[in-house]
Structures are given as C-alpha cells and as structure tokens.
Design a protein around this ligand. Structure first.
Ligand SMILES: O=C(O)CCC(=O)C(=O)O
Length: 271
C-alpha cells in the first residue's frame, strides 16, 4: 500500500494521516491479543484500576507476533512513505489511558524528524477519547507556536473548552485503523474511558549527516530506555525484538542500537 502523492502532501501540510483498516480483522484480533498479553504480563496492567494511566515501554517488543508489526508491508510503506524506507524504529508506549490527555506536541524539532504511529484498540469517537489534532501545528510558523498559545488553556484565554479549540480535528477510529503524525503536531484526547487501550511506535528519519546525527543523539538521550534509566536487558530494545529480527528488520534497528549503546554503555546489549 504505497502512499499516494496526495497522502504524502496531506501529511507534509497538515502533519498527520489516518489510514482506515490498514489491518484485516484477523490481524487486528491478533494485535489486540498480543497487546493484552504484553500489558498484563510486562506492563502491570493487572494493577490498573482506572485512577491513572498505566503505561509500559516497547509494546511491540515483548512477543514475536507483536514484533512482526515492524515487518508488516503496509506499516513499512506507511512509515517509509513519510520519513524514508530506511527509517529508525525507536520504541513506543503501550497504555491503558484514563480520562483526558491535554494538548501537547511530543517534540519541538522544528522539522520532520520523528513520527508517532498510533493504534487505538477500541472504537473511539470525538466524545469518547479519540485522538484530536490541530492541523498544521507542527510548523514552526503556526500561530500556537509563534504566539506561544497553550490550547489547553483555551477556556481561560478564549472562553471555549480545550476540546473545542478552533480548528481541531477529531480522528475517530476503529480497531485496525492506524494514525501517524509528526511529533511536533499538537494533539490531545477528551472524554475517554478509564481503560482506553492504545499503543504507539515512535520512528525517526535515519541520520545521514552530522546535523541529523546530533539530532538523533539528542532524541535518543531522552526518548529511549536508557534515557529513562531503564534496563531492558538488551539495550535499546527488549530482547525479543532483536532475537526475532530478520536482516530486513535490522535496517530499522541498527542505528538506534549503535547510538543507544554509545550513550548508555551501562545498559548496552551484551553480544
Ligand atoms: O490518546 C491519547 O490520550 C493521546 C495520546 C498521546 O498524547 C500520545 O501518544 O502522545
């Protein structure tokens, strides 16, 4: 499923893209099963009581079937279509979310460097916790950035609730749909349940020049297991991701592994 030029234009202009039913119902059922196993057995999901978000790292790294999401041809085409076929996979988070998520970007890179791929595992609508985005807010010249407006304060600032911040788009979705957005895009979710199932993959462009390498080091010094002072037992990724990797998958892992091991030798993978 190569992206069309119109889809690439849409992503570059508005900062996000929603793909309906990228996964078949059978694939979706397996992904939900793999997510539930992972959050229950590796993510303290059994402790979740709805009072706060339960979150765990590397949601696609704990079972061979979940790792294979990174081999799925349509996922590779989607991510590759916006940041290049040789992109770096940089882990992600798995969640039982509880309640609202306020407006925020995940990064302020001022360029298309990192993207988040988001999988919502229950039907979610504008009023039940779907992802909302402010189209175009990834751009350094967007008014929320130039005027330093915090859309979460829109009630105090403009008399409208944050969920109604003008121009925001609710990306209602069903299991099997996939969303991708630039890390610099402002996003939020309102009205969700106390157990909203969602996981992400973070990916960056592969660094190919000294400037990109410096950005990659900065990115991984924050957004990685080592950056969170967490020992996966295998460095950048949980072991299953590397143990089950084909040569093709390794293309997406090798640069983050090298940078992570350099930044955090205390957690480096034993070879
Ligand atoms: O679904 C949500 O609550 C928002 C997700 C989000 O903010 C994120 O993944 O960065």
């Amino acid at each position: 499923m190569k992206l069309s030029q119109a889809q690439v234009n849409f992503f570059n202009t508005f900062g996000y893209l929603a793909i309906k039913q990228l996964f078949s119902p059978a694939e979706t059922a397996k992904i939900i099963e793999g997510f539930e196993w992972s959050i229950q057995n590796r993510g303290q999901g059994q402790m979740h009581d709805g009072s706060k978000r339960t979150m765990f790292g590397g949601p696609i790294e704990h079972t061979p079937e979940m790792c294979a999401i990174l081999d799925h041809p349509d996922i590779l085409d989607l991510i590759g279509g916006v940041i290049g076929d040789d992109f770096n996979y940089c882990s992600g988070d798995g969640n039982y979310y509880s309640g609202d998520t306020r407006w925020h970007p995940d990064g302020n890179w001022g360029q298309l460097f990192a993207v988040k791929v988001a999988f919502y595992l229950d039907p979610v609508t504008r009023d039940t916790g779907c992802l909302r985005v402010i189209p175009g807010s990834q751009r350094p010249d967007h008014f929320v950035r130039t005027e330093k407006i915090n859309p979460s304060q829109s009630m105090e600032l403009f008399g409208v609730p944050p969920s109604e911040f003008p121009g925001n788009v609710p990306l209602e979705s069903n299991p099997g749909d996939v969303l991708i957005f630039n890390h610099d895009l402002y996003h939020a979710a309102y009205g969700g349940s106390q157990r909203r199932r969602m996981f992400t993959m973070n990916c960056t462009r592969r660094a190919k020049n000294p400037e990109d390498l410096a950005t990659a080091h900065k990115y991984l010094s924050i957004h990685s297991a080592g950056g969170g002072n967490f020992d996966t037992g295998a460095g950048m990724y949980f072991p299953t991701m590397i143990d089950t990797a084909s040569e093709k998958r390794m293309v997406h892992l090798e640069q983050p592994i090298a940078i992570h091991d350099e930044l955090f030798p205390q957690f480096a993978r034993k070879r």
